[in-house]
Design a protein around this ligand. Structure first.
Ligand code: APR
Length: 239
């Protein structure tokens, strides 16, 4: 059994998750062998330029991901994080890089999706209409949904080259945290890979995943293993 991570009555826990936390739910990660980007070059599907060049191809890619995520179930890692939130309430904050809705479906509430959400769309013309829940599947140019302003709708996903969402709130939560858990992310993409360095000097920082992340040196301890195996029971709440 791994040495427990103790969380006391004064501790505030900041959690960052990546694709690895959804791996045991059957959703591919981005960089593992045969990962998500294999079948699609990044430049072809997840950039504003790709949208300008072939919006229907971009929607086919995200429609495929909506199908996959729709069939996935939260795993023990998602459950463990929802239980931790249940245990410490507003001293818990979860920032995910993932666009699937598995954290919500496991019961997490105090979370932000810094790279957007798969089952949310928005007006591609930025007409001011708020992003909206959308499970639609769009395979052709003609099938792409339209906003009331007449513009096409696009996935509410942060593409490469676009600004991540909720960064001010994320920074504030990092500054208030005393414990940081980073789960299932390779540390290859910024600014998320820097969060561990933004945490204050006294913060205890743990990485959970089967292999060392690229920013491994910045952590207090690496807890190596699949999140679904090692997260349940890892955190001990001591109020
Ligand atoms: N439990 C925990 N971690 C796991 C598991 C598991 N069962 N299986 C794999 N991992 C780890 C891998 O070791 C790897 O370090 O998950 C990590 C996945 O890394 P990436 O595929 O790079 O995914 P992520 O870090 O979330 O990518 C960040 O890059 O492509 C962009 O916007 C996209 O949000 C994404 C961002």
């Amino acid at each position: 059994m791994k040495e427990p991570i103790r969380v006391g009555a004064e501790d505030r826990v900041f959690v960052l998750t990546g694709a690895g936390v959804s791996a045991e739910s059957g959703l591919k990660t981005f960089r593992d062998q045969g990962g998500l980007w294999e079948g699609h070059r990044v430049e072809d599907v997840a950039t504003p330029e790709a949208w300008g060049a072939d919006a229907a191809r971009v929607w086919r890619f995200y429609s495929e991901r909506r199908r996959g995520a729709g069939q996935a179930e939260p795993n023990a890692a998602h459950q463990a994080l929802a239980e931790l939130e249940e245990g410490i309430g507003d001293r818990f904050f979860l920032c995910t890089q993932n666009v699937d809705d598995l954290h919500e479906r496991a019961g997490s509430r105090r979370l932000v999706h810094m790279h957007g959400e798969l089952f949310v769309s928005r007006c591609a013309e930025d007409c001011g209409r708020a992003p909206f829940a959308d499970h639609g599947l769009y395979e052709t140019e003609e099938a792409i949904g339209r906003c009331s302003c007449g513009g096409r709708i696009r996935p509410h996903i942060v593409w490469f080259g676009e600004m991540p969402l909720e960064m001010e709130r994320i920074q504030r939560e990092i500054e208030r945290s005393t414990v940081m858990l980073v789960v299932g992310t390779s540390g290859a993409v910024y600014p998320a890979a820097n969060f561990v360095r933004w945490a204050g000097p006294g913060v205890r920082k743990y990485y959970i995943g089967p292999e060392e992340p690229m920013n491994a040196r910045a952590f207090t301890r690496l807890v190596l293993g699949n999140a679904g195996d090692v997260l349940p029971g890892l955190v001990e709440i001591r109020d």
